[in-house]
Structure formats: C-alpha cells, structure tokens
Design a protein around this ligand. Sequence first.
Ligand code: NAP
Length: 422
Amino acid sequence: MSQADWKYMFKAVQDNDADILNYYIQQGIDLNFQHPEYFTSALIESIRLGHHRITQILLENGASPDICEVESDKTARQIAEELNNKDAIRLINFYSGTNASPQEPHFNSNKSLNQNMKAVICTKYGPPEVLEIREVAKPEPKDNEVLVRIVATAVNSGDVRVRGLAVEGWMKWMMRLIIGFSGPRKSILGTVYSGIVERAGSKVSSFKTGDKVFGMTGFSFGTYAEYITVKERGNIAFMPKNASYEEAASLIFGGQTAIHFLEKAGIKERKTPKVLIIGATGSVGTAATQIALYYGADVTAVCSTQGKEIVENAGISQIILYDKEDFTKQENRFDIIFDAVGKTSSKQCKPLLNKGGIYKTVGGTEVASESREQLEFLKELYEKGLLKAVIDKIYPMNQIVEAHRYVDTGRKKGNVVLKISD
Ligand SMILES: NC(=O)c1ccc[n+]([C@@H]2O[C@H](COP(=O)([O-])OP(=O)(O)OC[C@H]3O[C@@H](n4cnc5c(N)ncnc54)[C@H](OP(=O)(O)O)[C@@H]3O)[C@@H](O)[C@H]2O)c1
C-alpha cells in the first residue's frame, strides 16, 4: 500500500463513498495506518463526519476503535463518546463484542458487502483512460426502492463532460463544488439505464421482480454498473413494450432534455409553430426534431453534410447544411429556435425570430429538469411509432474507454449505448 493509496481511501471516507472504500479494502489497505500529514485515522474521520455506513465497513474490516489518534491522543471510542455519536458507539460496541445484548446495527451492510458487482469507476477527472472497471459492493434496496439489474446504459455528452471536467472558467469551480473537488464524489458515472427489476423493497407497490424499466438518475449518477437502486417514486417508468433494452436506454437523455427545452419554448401552446433546430443530429437534436414533429411543427434542421441522412430519415426535408451554408443568412423566420448543440448565441439567432418567437439553447446556464412524466411521454411516443431510437454505436462495458473517446469527439450521431449485461 502506498501513501497515495491511503489518501484516496481517506478521501472515500470523507466523500462517504462505500464503493471506493471497499475497493481499497479488497486491495488489502491498512485501515489502522495514520498518514503523517493527516494525524488521524479513517475510522475517527468517519465518526467525526457521521458517516455511519463507512464506520461500519471500517469496523467490520478490522479498523480498531482503541488506537489513539496522533492529533488528540484519543481513541475512536472516546471520540464517539465525546461527540455523543450514539450510532458510532453502538457500532463500536457491536464489532468489539462489548454490547451487553448484541444487537444488529441498522446499517446492515453484510448482504451487499458479500455480493459484489462490476462497475465503471471514475476516481479523478481526466481523459477516458481514468475510467476503470472494478468490483464494488452490490447495492441493497431500501423499503421504498427497487434493485434494477441494468442491461444497457448510454454514454452521453454529459458523462464525458463530467469525466473530463470539460467546462469553461468559473463553471469549473462550480462543477467541482457540486460534483466533487478532485474527482466525481459519485465515482460510478452514467445517468440513464434500462433493465429488469431484480427485487422490490417491502413498501414498493408499483414495480415487481421481472418488470422491465428505464430511467434517469441525473446528478445521482451510478448507471455504469450491473445494478442500481432507485426510489419507487423517482425518475423510473416501465420500458416501451416494443423497445429493446438498447433502444430504451438511448431514448432518455436526449428525449428528456428535448422535452424540457421545447416545452419551455411553449411548443404545446403554439399552433403549427415554425421551429428551427440547430444541431439536429446529436442525442438531444434527434429527439428534438421528432418531438417537434409530433407537436405539428414545421421543422427546419441545421446539421452537417455527414448528418443529412439521419435528419431526412426523421422526416425533415428543410435542411441547412452548416458546412455549406450560413443558416443566419436565410430568409425564413421562426417561432421557436432551439439550439440543441449549444453552438450559437441569442444575439446571432434573434434576427431569425418571428414576433413573439423564442430562442432556447442547451449551451447556456439553463439545466434541463427530468421527470417521470417525461419518461412516460417518451414511452407513449415510442409505442405509437412516433419516436425512433437513433443509435450510432453499441459498446460492451469493457470498452468503456473507447466509448468515451468516441463521444469526446462531439460528432456522434444520436446515441452511444453501453451494453452492461445480456
Ligand atoms: N443544458 C442542459 O441541461 C443540457 C442537457 C443535455 C445536453 N446538454 C448539452 O447539449 C449539447 C448537445 O448534447 P448531445 O448529447 O445532443 O450531444 P452529441 O450527441 O454529442 O451531439 C453532438 C452533435 O452535434 C453535431 N454538431 C457539432 N457541431 C455542430 C454545429 N456547429 N452545428 C450543428 N451541429 C453540430 C454533431 O455532428 P456533426 O459534427 O457531424 O455536425 C453531433 O451529431 C452538449 O454540449 C451537452 O453538454 C445540455
């Protein structure tokens, strides 16, 4: 074990990240080591932070509650008592056998610790090569959650942005604050999934074992993995009956983003609106063109020559090829301009708007919000044949690095699917 490894393990304790902690435990890290720069132990840090699950994992794996911290010369037991941290005291008593009437603590991790799963882990920001496949603890559903065996996920533009911390200026600091300082706090990336309910918590009534579901986890991430637990009332719905797992996984990211922005632009309220979609060939763009057509819009699309066929296949005939023509020079005017790739500015596009028209872009500060209603809407459109899945490539899980490299180009057409299991 190197001191650098210990620092990563300690960071997992601070970030409350059981997956990474378990990884270092499996590598045989010394949990009682005190790093010369830190003057404390992992166990004491978890007690101070109130990370009970982490405290339990550490105790279960041999961290001693009776070793003195260099800084205060107090043991973990004394510190837990001083802080009146009753959960930590109960755990210490339980694992050191001093509980008068031994009682299982509520953080029952035994089941998940003994059953592992494969996941793609990202412990620091960087190029695709920072991603690694590791064995981590399989999650346990709470009473109000379902355990989903993931069959497919997608590698989206958002995932590669997070992995590479690919944002400009002050946004970098904002992102570090929200997602994690030196690497993502939630080390398993991925936000969309399709799969099968393996187990439902005791209070779950809408889903049962065997149901095919799809959904979005947003900033909770976690879908580059064989399993995930999801709240019954979360962003989860039954999969479209006629979709494969790959198709279902590819509908979500672009679909939910496109619904958000087009609805904010008032597409539902406008009668046969004239809509310009810039960047019609990405995940968001391919969904946006189809959804706009569903609402009866007269759609014009901006794409490259390479993407023309995809746009034509979606039923669009008014196409401006941005590598041949400047779309801002056209005579047409629009009720909605949606930049689905974030390459334009409002100043550039405003002259193309009709009176009362609106410009929306994925490239500004507005962040799409996701809901179960959007998923149900996508399911309905897909089942009625009004929405098609646009899949560029499918990679197996062990080619996650190649998949990220491809999405990093910013030139994928539609969606890149990551197949997790059969
Ligand atoms: N604000 C939000 O809440 C939100 C939500 C989701 C996504 N986003 C952002 O939205 C952007 C698009 O996401 P995505 O997942 O759809 O991306 P994507 O799937 O990676 O697609 C990019 C597509 O845009 C095309 N493109 C590149 N440059 C273009 C240009 N100048 N004009 C027109 N088309 C161009 C590319 O094809 P060619 O190179 O062949 O043209 C490619 O097909 C990303 O930056 C993402 O971060 C924001």
